[in-house]
Design a protein around this ligand. Structure first.
Ligand code: NAG
Length: 140
């Protein structure tokens, strides 16, 4: 547990530098828990992140048909939620770059905001893959 704590601290302060980072399933579960996502929804969040970004912090999807892009672990859309121009803006008052950082603080904050407004159904991948079939994190 000490090691896990150190690991989370390193992630929280971006000590992995500018390199992209891919979480293991259990690292992800522990890190999301550390950032305050509730235990009874943790499997949903892990499923969502696995399907949206394969747990890669710097993921950027294919361009959407409306010209927008999706950013980071949670594949958050820049039409409404983050500002592509490099400074904070839009609904989450965040730059899209921050949503692709190894420090996932801002990405989680924005994901919580989206969830508060729309629930998990805001995420196509959750609707398609996670409604009836959630990953096992009991061994984490
Ligand atoms: C947005 O975030 C910046 C700092 O990142 C802050 O200075 C500004 O006050 C925030 N704006 C709003 C509307 O919250």
């Amino acid at each position: 547990m000490k090691l896990a704590g150190l690991f989370l601290t390193l992630v929280a302060f971006g000590s992995f530098g500018t390199e992209a980072y891919t979480f293991s399933r259990c690292e992800l579960a522990r890190t999301l828990r550390y950032h305050g996502l509730p235990e009874n929804k943790l499997r949903d969040w892990v499923c969502l992140v696995e399907k949206e970004s394969s747990r890669r912090t710097d993921a950027i999807g294919m361009q959407n048909s409306d010209g927008s892009w999706d950013h980071g672990l949670f594949q958050i859309n820049d039409r409404y939620w983050c500002n592509r121009a490099g400074w904070p803006g839009k609904e989450c008052n965040v730059s899209c770059d921050q949503l692709r950082s190894n420090d996932i603080t801002e990405a989680v904050r924005c994901a919580k905001k989206i969830f508060a407004r729309h629930g998990f159904s805001a995420w196509v991948a959750w609707r398609s893959y996670c409604q009836y079939n959630l990953p096992d994190i009991s061994y984490c």
